[in-house]
Design a binder for this molecule. Structure first.
Ligand code: PLP
Length: 346
């Protein structure tokens, strides 16, 4: 196969030549001693950019969310999150395993939000029957969907009214900011400002090989740093990785708009194709399901044989657009899907 078009996730990007050059030149030290200049520079920069007093570079989005949950909540306490929130449903139950922290999942509405009255009803009274409710966790983008700023404002205000802290899983914060229009750095800060803590991934659409940054107050980040060490996430010359994240912040934020445009183009080409139900693009993601003879796993397998990789989640197939997918790739993938469905119908 000459060229595989990998639409499984935006985590599959490989560092560019320029990014690798910056990594090779990074000035490093032992970050467990706080001595790594590239890590320190990244932490300071992201903190300033997103309007927080402190930041911590961590190995992954999962570790970032876990450090946040462990720092906000203690044993026997609980956090509220969407039933499909990544930090509840896709992070191995870490908060329960390591912290004795109970999740309180809530159903999502069609726009990805949690109903405010559901949140309010989930906050437990001070009664020994119940876990202590400590934290509200939101995600933006959520399954590619941008959560409305008015909602972020209302939900976090409600949380504060009930004495809860707030955490944003902003793995794709910059996708949300770019989709919002205007200066994406300012946009990201406006989304982040509603929350006590925010996690941002550099290894998704931003194209760095490894790493996330967790943001919060100095006390919170101090606590998160203790947890990071306990979880085995204290890295030494991590500056080679932080340098890649800094490079991504400089060069790969505005271009997320290309991924959104490619996703939209892909969805448009497939719109109305017999045998497939395709939703409108949500930032860098497109969801579709076969409705003819082919099952979802069959279609995923047939496409893989033709060099188009995607993932099935239940009946849905997810296509994710990123740095390593060109406009021509997006078109070619859509055409190959059309051909595959036509072959099956023939
Ligand atoms: C990918 C992802 C994470 C976790 O990131 P990893 O680096 O894969 O651990 C967290 N939240 C969301 C919304 C994600 O998409």
């Amino acid at each position: 196969m000459d060229h595989v078009i990998d639409l499984r996730s935006d985590t599959v990007t490989r560092p560019t030549e320029e990014m690798r050059a910056v990594m090779a030149r990074a000035e490093v030290g032992d970050d467990v001693f706080g001595d790594d200049p590239a890590v320190n520079a990244l932490q300071e920069r992201v903190a300033q950019l997103l309007g927080f007093p402190a930041a911590l570079f961590v190995s992954s989005g999962t570790q970032s969310n876990l450090c946040a949950l462990l720092s906000h909540c203690g044993r026997g306490e609980e956090y509220i999150a969407g039933a499909n929130a990544h930090l509840y449903s896709h992070e191995g139950g870490g908060a329960a395993s390591f912290g004795g922290i109970q999740p309180q999942p809530l159903p999502h509405q069609s726009d990805g939000t949690l109903d405010l009255s559901d949140i309010e009803a989930a906050v437990k009274p001070d009664d020994p029957h119940f876990a202590r409710t400590r934290l509200l966790c939101l995600e933006n983008t959520f399954g590619g969907t941008v959560i409305a700023p008015e909602y972020l404002q209302a939900a976090t205000a409600l949380a504060r009214k009930h004495g809860l802290a707030t955490h944003l899983d902003g793995a794709r914060l910059f996708n949300a900011a770019v989709a919002g229009g205007g200066d994406p750095y300012v946009g990201a800060r406006k989304i982040a400002e509603h929350f006590d803590s925010v996690s941002v991934c550099f290894s998704k659409g931003l194209g760095a090989p490894v790493g996330s940054v967790l943001l919060g107050s100095p006390e919170f980040i101090g606590q998160a740093k203790r947890w990071r060490k306990a979880l085995g996430g204290g890295m030494r010359q991590a500056g080679v990785l932080a340098a890649a994240a800094s490079y991504a912040l400089d060069h790969h934020v505005h271009r997320l708009a290309d991924d959104h445009a490619n996703a939209a183009l892909f969805a448009e080409i497939l719109d109305g194709v017999p045998g497939l139900e395709v939703g409108a693009a949500r930032t860098n993601m497109v969801f579709a399901r076969p409705v003819g003879g082919l099952t979802t796993p069959d279609l995923v397998q047939r496409l893989a044989a033709r060099g188009v990789l995607c993932t099935a989640g239940g009946p849905q197939i997810r296509f994710v657009f990123h740095l390593d997918v060109s406009k021509a790739d997006a078109e070619r993938a859509a055409v190959m899907i059309r051909e595959t469905l036509a072959e099956d119908a023939a």
